[in-house]
Design a protein around this ligand. Structure first.
Ligand code: GCO
Ligand code: MN
Ligand code: MN
Length: 391
């Protein structure tokens, strides 16, 4: 059996908007025909995916009548059942309609803000009906070009009011649902509010129902800002706020590329998989492994499935490589922490007497500064594990 063939246990998911992406870009028309959501479900199941995520309007067209909505949802549910697929996450499209040209929750016009709440409550109902347990908020249009138009502090207050409102709605309905906030520095806006995962984490601490809100970091978004995605994810995990994740690939300094997972930033991808899977003995991320990416515009429909299979296959190969790396006794010996119980005790928490002892220690900075760390060797071994030259 192919060890890299995905199974349901891997919990791989794709958005309808990812494998359904027709290849439209700012410079050109779609290059692929649109595929019905029910067909996407069938094909994803065939490729070994476990879940499918959606924006309200990926499934139910904007403005559909109640009967039309119910018929579409019923057909979609049968497709999920037929193919053993689940909907782990859902979200609202608060960026395509012209009404959201200057934001949704942060728009200056209260009617736009009211419409955004209305649309979100409907979309939350839809997500819950389909079984979603996580609800993502990506504020695509929540930003500005002409910054004088609104005080950014007011934008943050409006964003907070909207998330607090929708948390209260979820509680009032008794839904078993948590929120995951997704940061992005820019695109489609010149600047998007709350541009990084770190900014989102600070924002969450200011919410009324912060306990039900976490983050949905995306590889591309953190890399667009030139930051370490692994560090962002680690920070979220460290405070139990990694509720969801958007996997893809991105080169620093480019537009939002949404490339096949692992296709550009292999070393970051390796370190990310190592972190998520906890192969070094740390806690594992148990949520969905979601790919928010799409096939190159050069591809036809067959290429879309090459893309989808590639995302999952690369992830699984990296799991195997990360396990081998962490099981390597020489690697383990090299990164074994330099421990000293007495010193650690003295540094752990201020206490007047211990501080006096600590200040009296005869530490030797010159000796500390002379000692090399051998991280060149470590990083080379990691490269060799990644390339399959060391096992
Ligand atoms: C993007 C975003 C989106 C969101 C999606 C779900 O850059 O377009 O990543 O794909 O993840 O809207 O909220
Ligand atoms: Mn994105
Ligand atoms: Mn995303």
């Amino acid at each position: 059996m192919d060890p890299f063939q995905p199974t349901r246990d891997d919990r791989f998911s794709f958005g309808l908007w990812t494998v359904g992406n027709p290849g439209r870009d700012p410079f050109g028309e779609p290059v692929r025909e649109s595929v019905k959501p029910t067909q996407l479900v069938a094909k994803l199941a065939e490729c070994g995916a476990w879940g499918v995520n959606l924006h309200d309007n990926d499934l139910v067209p904007f403005g559909a009548s109640a009967q039309e909505r119910d018929r579409i949802v019923a057909d979609f549910k049968s497709a999920l059942d037929d193919h053993g697929m689940v909907v782990p996450m859902a979200t609202t499209n608060l960026f395509s309609h012209p009404a959201f040209r200057d934001g949704a929750f942060t728009a200056n016009d209260p009617a736009v803000r009211a419409f955004a709440l209305q649309k979100s409550m409907d979309a939350i109902d839809l997500g819950v009906e389909l079984g979603a347990r996580t609800y993502v908020f990506w504020g695509g249009r929540e930003g500005s070009e002409a910054d004088a138009c609104r005080d950014p502090r007011e934008a943050l207050r409006r964003m907070r009011a909207a998330i607090d409102y929708l948390c209260a709605y979820v509680k009032d309905q008794g839904y078993d649902l948590v929120f995951a906030l997704e940061a992005k520095p820019n695109e489609p806006r010149g600047d998007i509010y709350l541009p990084t995962t770190g900014a989102m984490l600070a924002f969450i601490a200011s919410l009324e129902h912060g306990e039900m809100v976490g983050v949905n970091p995306e590889v591309a978004h953190e890399h667009m800002a030139g930051l370490s995605f692994v560090h962002a994810v680690a920070q979220a995990m460290e405070v139990d706020k990694l509720f969801h994740i958007d996997l893809n690939a991105q080169r620093i300094g480019r537009y939002d590329q949404d490339l096949r997972f692992g296709s550009e930033d292999l070393k970051q991808a390796f370190l990310l998989v190592r972190l998520l899977e906890g192969t070094s003995g740390t806690a594992r991320y148990e949520g969905p492994r979601h790919f928010d990416a799409h096939a190159y515009r050069s591809e036809d429909l067959e290429g879309v499935w090459d893309f989808a299979r590639g995302c999952m296959r690369t992830y699984k190969i990296l799991v195997e490589r990360a396990r081998a790396f962490d099981a390597d006794p020489e690697v383990q010996a090299l990164i074994a922490e330099e421990r000293d119980a007495k010193l650690e005790g003295l540094c752990a928490g201020y206490e007047r007497e211990r501080a006096t002892t600590l200040r009296g220690l005869d530490l030797d900075p010159a000796a500390l500064g002379r000692r090399g760390k051998q991280w060149e060797r470590l990083d080379q071994w990691m490269t060799e594990h990644m390339l399959g030259a060391r096992s």
